[in-house]
Design a protein around this ligand. Structure first.
Ligand code: DGT
Ligand code: CA
Ligand code: CA
Ligand code: ZN
Length: 575
């Protein structure tokens, strides 16, 4: 079991105990263990191997024994017992936004609700009326939350899907006789969530490839298998799985299949219409006129035959791509990114030091980074008071001198307080190279209040970037209601950048919002918000999102050099 899996077991124990009405001291003890394991820099199994579990913060002798049982046997008796005491479907309710164990307990004990369908029925029948903590407002919030959960059901976040898909792709590519394996479907188009994975493979011996595919590690169930296609369920968490479809084809029709199975459906419908207009037909086997094959080997040939340039997969959503006269040469690419301007260190809630983050960024070929730890109001994230910030800035300057080949800028991710006030006074902000502003607490359900708050930050002359503007967590938390257009207009007017946060949990701004912002003249900045060195590798998800927003190299602040970043800051301060 890895750290995250162990942490989840302890979170679940805490949830069940809290639902059962256990005192908060005991509940929090389990949550603390979960947090400790989750935040561990190394592998929990190594800690166990060294016999040092009991040395972890918040871990006593009894907990160390539980951890050890879990790590050696893969299960924990105590947890299995607890699970028998509550209905299995009850825990699922905790995934509804704004729903905590206390509310779940109330629903269960007072209304007999044990599952999502039962909760839905209870909401609709008015059964919750008069129940403590379920006033009109919170019932309507609950209704929205249920709808949100249903819309997320069965869709896997891009980062997870990518990781799973890449392992399968690389494994298949190594099989003898396999010439090529590629992703298709929504993963290739870079959608923020993926329903199922679609892989295509060029090989002669279909049945053997499909057989190997069905025996991949992680396969929970084989849904279908034939001579040229297979479909399996891959478990990636105890309670989550994703379907993977594989098709084996000959090289002659690979282009047609890749085009077809990449989609989107909407894009394909338009493309087929164009074929039909010419008296041709288009399907996964090729573009044909009667018996004659016009194109099938490559995507380029198919698009060209229809009078179109090759269209990058991220643009295939029927959002204007059929107007393209040529493939956009400067559509943003990972290689264009020169630096990462949003990351955390151990000074607040990150796991690595300034030097470690900078060295890791340098390894990735970046010319600069900006260290942006949390500000004082973010207490849970160990935000820095002014004195500590000044010491931190001095440490950043020292590291910048010491490490050659990369510029380390000193910044901060400053909380936007009520009514758009900033969490540090202006004279402190003025000492920083680059200032990020973001909302972390007190998000309102009122669109005007949220918008006013963000506009306030944008109007501060020292604020250079609004990070994760809507605050959503994909599949977990809805965006806060925000007038993105008004925010974008003001950002453009004041020379403030808006972020595409590349963390696969966030991707915020999302594609359509980023496109709107750019169209209104906003400079976009793509950052990982890394809390550890390996999270710097989330940049590709931000790039993909930017490509889906049709962003060009010139639309993005951190495709420029450090001079351009400094000039961007100076321009706003002077105006
Ligand atoms: P997903 O899996 O829900 O995230 O989204 P996709 O786009 O991967 O959809 P999926 O897996 O159902 O199908 C893969 C591609 O196959 C899809 O993007 C386009 C193509 N496709 C599937 N069904 C149809 C269809 O009925 N008509 C057309 N034109 N194309 C289809
Ligand atoms: Ca799919
Ligand atoms: Ca599929
Ligand atoms: Zn951050």
């Amino acid at each position: 079991m890895n750290n995250a899996e162990v942490a989840r077991v302890f979170e679940e124990i805490a949830d069940i105990l809290e639902i059962q009405g256990e005192d908060s001291f005991r509940v929090n003890a389990y949550r603390k263990v979960a947090r400790t394991v989750e935040d561990l820099a190394g592998d929990i199994n190594d800690v166990a191997a060294r016999g040092e579990l009991a040395k972890l913060p918040g871990v006593g002798k009894a907990t160390a024994e539980k951890l050890s049982e879990l790590l050696t046997t893969g299960r924990l008796n105590f947890r299995e017992e607890l699970r028998r005491e509550v209905p299995e479907t009850l825990l699922k309710l905790l995934e509804i936004p704004h729903m905590g164990p206390k509310k779940v307990a109330l629903l269960w004990k007072q209304c007999g609700v044990t599952s999502l369908p039962e909760l839905k029925a209870a909401v609709e029948s008015g059964k919750l009326e008069g129940l403590k903590g379920f006033g009109e407002k919170s019932v309507s919030q609950l209704r929205a939350g249920i709808a949100f959960l249903e819309s997320a059901a069965g869709r896997t976040r891009l980062g997870t899907a990518w990781e799973i898909g890449e392992v399968i792709r690389r494994t298949l590519a190594k099989l003898p006789g396999v010439q090529r394996v590629e992703h298709a479907g929504s993963l290739r188009r870079g959608r923020e969530t993926v329903g199922d994975l679609d892989l295509l493979c060029i090989a002669d011996d279909g049945p053997r490839i499909v057989e190997a595919f069905c025996q991949l590690s992680g396969v929970q169930r084989v849904m279908a298998s034939g001579d040229t296609r297979g479909s399996v369920l891959i478990a990636y968490r105890e309670d989550r799985s994703i379907q993977v479809d594989l098709r084996v084809l000959p090289a002659e029709s690979f282009g047609a299949a890749w085009q077809y199975f990449t989609g989107s459906k909407e894009h394909n419908v338009r493309l087929r219409e164009m074929a039909v207009k010419r008296g041709w037909s288009l399907n996964e086997y090729g573009l044909t006129e009667g018996e004659r094959v016009i194109a099938s080997r490559s995507e380029e040939e198919i698009y060209a035959a229809l009078g179109l340039p090759w269209i990058p997969p991220e643009l295939r959503e029927d959002r204007g791509e059929f107007e393209l006269r040529e493939t956009p040469a400067d559509l943003l690419a990972l290689e264009d990114i020169q630096g990462d301007l949003h990351m955390h260190t151990v000074a607040s809630d990150g796991h690595a030091t300034i030097e470690e983050m900078a060295a890791a960024a340098k390894e990735r070929g970046y010319k600069y980074v900006c260290i942006t730890d949390h500000s004082q109001s973010s207490v849970i994230a160990n935000g820095l008071k002014v004195e500590r910030l000044r010491e931190h800035v001095a440490a950043i300057r020292a590291a910048d001198k010491k490490i050659k080949g990369i510029t380390i800028l000193a910044g901060s991710e400053v909380d936007i307080l009520a009514e758009g006030r900033m969490d540090y006074p202006d004279d402190v902000l003025a000492e920083l190279d680059f200032v990020i502003a973001s909302v972390h607490a007190g998000m309102s359900s009122d669109v005007e209040a949220n918008t006013r708050r963000t506009l306030g930050a944008i109007r501060n002359p020292y604020v250079n970037l609004i990070a994760h503007p809507t605050g959503r967590l994909i599949n977990r938390r809805e965006p806060m209601p925000l007038d993105v257009e008004a925010v974008a207009r003001e950002a453009a007017r004041t020379g403030t950048a808006l972020e595409i946060n590349a963390s696969e949990m966030r991707l915020d701004l999302k594609d359509q919002h980023a496109r709107l912002a750019r169209d209104l003249g906003v400079t976009i900045c793509i950052d990982t918000d890394a809390h550890s060195t390996d999270q710097l590798d989330q940049m590709p998800f931000g790039i993909t999102t930017a490509r889906r927003a049709w962003l060009r190299r010139g639309d993005v602040l951190n495709t420029g050099g450090v001079k351009d970043v400094r000039a961007f800051v100076e321009r706003k301060r002077k105006s």
